[in-house]
Design a binder for this molecule. Sequence first.
Ligand SMILES: *[C@@H]1O[C@H](CO)[C@@H](O)[C@H](O)[C@H]1NC(C)=O
Ligand SMILES: *[C@@H]1O[C@H](CO)[C@@H](O)[C@H](O)[C@H]1NC(C)=O
Length: 341
Amino acid sequence: HWTDVNMQRPLIKARHRNVISLIVFGILVHALIMKAAFDIYFSSPIDHGMTPVKSTTNPPAKRVVFIVADGLRADSIFRKGQTVKTPHLTKIRKTRASWGIAHTRVPTESRPGHVALLAGIYEDPSAIFQSWTGNPVDFDSVINQSANAWCWGSPNIVNMFNKDELPHIHSYSYDPNIQDFGKNNTAALDLWVFEHLRDFLEEQKKCLDCFDFWENGNIFFLHLLGIDTAGHGYKPDSLEYIENIRTVDHYIPKVEQMFEKIFPDSSTAYIFTADHGMTDWGSHGAGSDHETNIPFIAWGAGIKVEEIQKDIKQIDVAPLISALIGINYPINSLASYFLIG
Ligand SMILES: *[C@@H]1O[C@H](CO)[C@@H](O)[C@H](O)[C@H]1NC(C)=O
Ligand SMILES: *[C@@H]1O[C@H](CO)[C@@H](O)[C@H](O)[C@H]1NC(C)=O
């Protein structure tokens, strides 16, 4: 018997070796396929060195007030029964706006959402190798192409569009550490923005050499983080989320009045939208309807009044802003559809 066993030993060893090399080979093939897939799908879509294209020489508006309610899903303000909570936005939408759902792509996160809105491109997929919060590739946006831009909101968002610290872009944000002040009262984050805008406009009225402010082609960007914070903390059917929407709704006409008073030329366009939606359980990032359907309402100078809902893609917003105020399209913008009246 012992001779038999001894004879089999080398055989078992050889088979063992075969299995190991098969596993190693399998892993190598998978690694190769993964690398090929990542090379193809996760490379930057951003081209450099192209000549910017001017949208129009005869723009219908002189400035755009661009308001992003972070984490506001379309359902929360468009669904029947829900609209009671936003009397001002509903009235604007029903009487003097173009409106509909804007469709985002995944990932439904703040940074890719804002890149889509203001640069007209989808999230740079190569960014996943770096981080979700900082875009490694320098990209063009309507903020960069504007004559001047003033941005208020969360530091993560407003600082994204001025990595080169260009003099025509002005960003104001709260200290990231005190973003927590919004935890108990999320609307405080939005009130911060509205109050700073009000103070800024008051200052401009008195300022004798603030010529930039009166130029054509300016963008005023308000980033409102409160609704997103309320959605994460308390879920979209909570009183907190709804109350925060109500606060934003309350301030929209006030913002409009401030601008109309300081610029009584009927040449200001207003856009209200969101970066991404929110699931019933207070998350976002994936591709459900609640996450990818966001509201879009545009009104004021240059905007056609449409009674019926017209849906757009989130990336269509950037070229719309360009065409409204006659600035260059963001260089890598992919969109094609506008609502100019
Ligand atoms: C910003 O705009 C200027 C002027 O059109 C352009 O030269 C520059 O490349 C833009 N920046 C980026 C990051 O694309
Ligand atoms: C938020 O509320 C908690 C509990 O009510 C309280 O302990 C905390 O101090 C509050 N934080 C702020 C910033 O108001």
